[in-house]
Design a protein around this ligand. Structure first.
Ligand SMILES: Cc1cc2nc3c(=O)[nH]c(=O)nc-3n(C[C@H](O)[C@H](O)[C@H](O)COP(=O)(O)OP(=O)(O)OC[C@H]3O[C@@H](n4cnc5c(N)ncnc54)[C@H](O)[C@@H]3O)c2cc1C
Length: 356
């Protein structure tokens, strides 16, 4: 019975074992017995393969990929575990593809510091690696005079954050730049731009792999536990989870024991962290879920806008904005609908994305 469940996973792991000799020992001769008391398992003993790994990155979205690349460039052994059949299928490929300037975030916050520095690094990375991007600039607009004080706050915050070249314009000047726009005042952010997010991720994956990182797809981290100071990650083939009825014991098909774990499972990261027995719940940030839709502008001969156009931000988002992708396709969105959460299984299987 156990052999049957492990067999397909063996094929999957052997695939990366053959691509890198240092992983050859990965699956062989490693059947031991574990006793687990995690919420997903019984307290009975059963045999499961275990293996030591240096660094594990959970999730191959843009964050996981970038982390894997950085670790690999530093000479660390990296294994990326991704539940989907390939990288970047979730939030990282369902966004506005905007390179943000760093305007909105609280002064001195990590978001502000990282966004300003990250934007500079991203433009530099894109031009060095020929990744399609365009610094098309962005307008943040006030559509009525009551919004002007908020626009003033935004520009002051952007300047505090070190975003260069921001400029307040009156409505007439903004509407001259964008004849289809109606506004009373606007901020011009020339440093904002757009990027081909798939090319970016492909480039980062390529670099990570060239430096020895291994990506294993269709493999899901279902939880973990501590053995002394050693964290043990529970891994199953994604297919097995799809077949799981959600109520029976979810037993791992493999246990990995890394020195370093990066939980970059995106929307699933907090849910997954809660499944790590022994991890104090106070270190797990609360999750708030929303979903939204984009609307494409069709049947137009020419792109009606040349810049990204954003309203005054709203609670929980930047507001329904106009983005233009590198092919000139205009899209409006996303709107925001707050939802209670995503259930365990859909979180593992990326189903949450399908409802977007
Ligand atoms: C509507 C919207 C618009 C946005 N627009 C922009 C924008 O214009 N510019 C910008 O900079 N940012 C934007 N963002 C934010 C940006 O898209 C995200 O911050 C980024 O994509 C998050 O990447 P990630 O790697 O953390 O998550 P994800 O891309 O979600 O990657 C997480 C990965 O983990 C995998 N995974 C999950 N659970 C497990 C598990 N248990 N085991 C193994 N693998 C697992 C998933 O399959 C997934 O591939 C936007 C976000 C949204 C929602």
């Amino acid at each position: 019975m156990l052999k049957q469940t492990i067999q397909p996973f063996r094929i999957n792991l052997n695939r990366f074992a053959s691509s890198s000799s240092k992983w050859k020992h990965f699956y062989d001769n490693c059947v031991r017995t574990i006793t687990s008391n995690t919420s997903t398992e019984s307290t009975t003993s059963y045999t499961v393969p275990k293996e030591k790994v240096e660094c594990i990155v959970i999730g191959a979205g843009v964050v996981g990929i970038a982390v894997a690349r950085a670790l690999a460039l530093k000479g660390r052994d990296v294994l990326v575990i991704e539940s989907a059949p390939t990288f970047g299928t979730c939030t990282s490929s369902r966004n506005s593809e905007v390179i943000h300037a760093g305007i909105y975030y609280p002064h001195n916050s990590f978001k502000a510091l990282f966004c300003v520095r990250g934007r500079e690094m991203l433009y530099e990375y894109c031009s060095k690696h020929n990744i399609p991007q365009k610094q098309i600039g962005k307008l943040i607009v006030a559509t009525r005079s009551s919004e002007i004080p908020k626009l003033n706050d935004i520009i002051n915050r952007g300047i505090q954050n070190g975003v260069d070249s921001l400029r307040m314009m009156d409505g007439a000047e903004a509407m001259k730049m964008e004849p289809e726009l109606q506004c009373v005042k606007a901020i011009l952010s020339p440093l904002s731009g757009i990027v081909d997010s798939h090319s970016l991720m492909l480039s980062l994956v390529g670099e990570a792999e060239n430096h020895g990182a291994t990506f294993t797809y269709n493999s899901t981290v279902t939880g973990g536990h501590l053995e002394g100071n050693q964290i043990c990650l529970h891994i199953s083939e994604t297919k097995s989870i799809k077949e799981w009825n959600g109520t029976s014991i979810l037993r791992p098909e493999l246990v990995l024991m890394p020195k370093l774990v990066v939980n970059s499972a995106g929307l699933s990261a907090p849910i997954l962290a809660k499944r790590f027995t022994g991890l104090q719940s106070r270190v797990i940030p609360p999750a708030y879920y929303a979903r939204g839709c984009y609307f494409t502008l069709s049947n137009t001969k020419a792109t009606p806008f040349r810049h990204l156009i954003y309203p005054i931000p709203e609670d929980g988002g930047l507001g329904v904005h106009v983005t233009i992708d590198l092919n000139g396709q205009v899209k409006f969105g996303p709107d925001v609908e707050w939802i209670d959460g995503v259930d365990d299984t859909s979180s593992f299987l990326n189903n949450k994305c399908r409802s977007c």
